[in-house]
Design a protein around this ligand. Sequence first.
Ligand code: SF4
Length: 393
Amino acid sequence: QCITHCPTGALHERDDTQKVFDAIYDPEKIVIAQVAPAVRTSWAEGLDLKGTTPSVGRMVAAIRRLGFDYVFDTDFAADVTIMEEGSELLHRLAKGEQGPMFTSCCPGWVRFIKERHPNLLGHVSSTKSPQQIFGALAKTYYAQLLDVDPARIFVVSYMPCVAKKMEAAYPDMHSTEAGPDVDAVLTVRELSRQLRSRFVNVDLLDEEEFDRPLGVATGAGHIFGVTGGVMEAALRSAYYLTTGENPDVDAFREVRHEGPDRLWREKTFDLAGHTLRIAVTSGLKNADALCRAIERGEVDYDFVEVMACPGGCVGGGGQPIHEGEERAAGRGGTLRAIDRASQLRFSHENPAVQECYKTYLGEPLSERAERLLHSDHTAWSMPFRVTADGKQA
Ligand code: SF4
């Protein structure tokens, strides 16, 4: 029972490293890596670095040494997620729809709400997670840029998460005839094993940049990996989309801090004359309490961010494990620092995202965007099992 119902999938981790190496050694395949926000905070924890700084640039260099044709950033897709989810929120508000819109980027949370609070499922945003949006765009937009058959493209995700392996297998995550949007999902622990097995010596590597254009991201995309980050990124761009001006980049900073005795954070913000009521929580015990309060009519919000793992993906089930030590808070601080150091801090200012909309997607929620970047949460039901080769059982 626990294995098939576990929302984060942490009880049935499947090792996909050989599947990825098989694709890398296949000369017909164009093998693309995408790296989730929280991976950059922890990727070297399982390695024995000799004083070398485990920077983002070294992480890119190390992954490239595994043999990938391109190393891209999931945070590019996080910026796209904001364009879609922020637009979805504004449409709901304009239509006066009742009840909250829940974020949808955490598959552990989506599995949980399907299992425990199915009456609220219709309130979950239809926007796919950044992992899936990246895969869908890699096999369509990027295949077109390369002028290759999408079937040749093999997308590998490096995630801090075990539930992402399951997410990639859902039937509504196949946007094209080229198979699933994402072909293989590896955790940070699997990345460590890959680097060790291929004798990649990070101490000898110089820093390298992500490939372009799907490696261009903003600070708003980077904070997706820490609790409150999706909400803050969405509010930054929702403000712009309603007023035509950027807010102060720290205008929504109050969604960041999570006190130890609080089940969820709630705030109200003025957004173009509308009083927006938001809530943010992480950890499924807290999410359960929040759902029950909503169901009892004790609280009412417009927009709610939920991440299944305490602290968000920085505390994910695919992260390195340190017995008796919890590193989520420190990793979250690293993502916040990366956001502060970023030249661009608003998803709508990402030039690669702007180009993608201009030349391919059209506008947020366009027919093409709906087809590629949105999902149908009723397309599968719990319990959902996958076979050893990643297919639905
Ligand atoms: Fe995965 Fe992040 Fe959700 Fe945890 S919080 S289940 S790591 S997406």
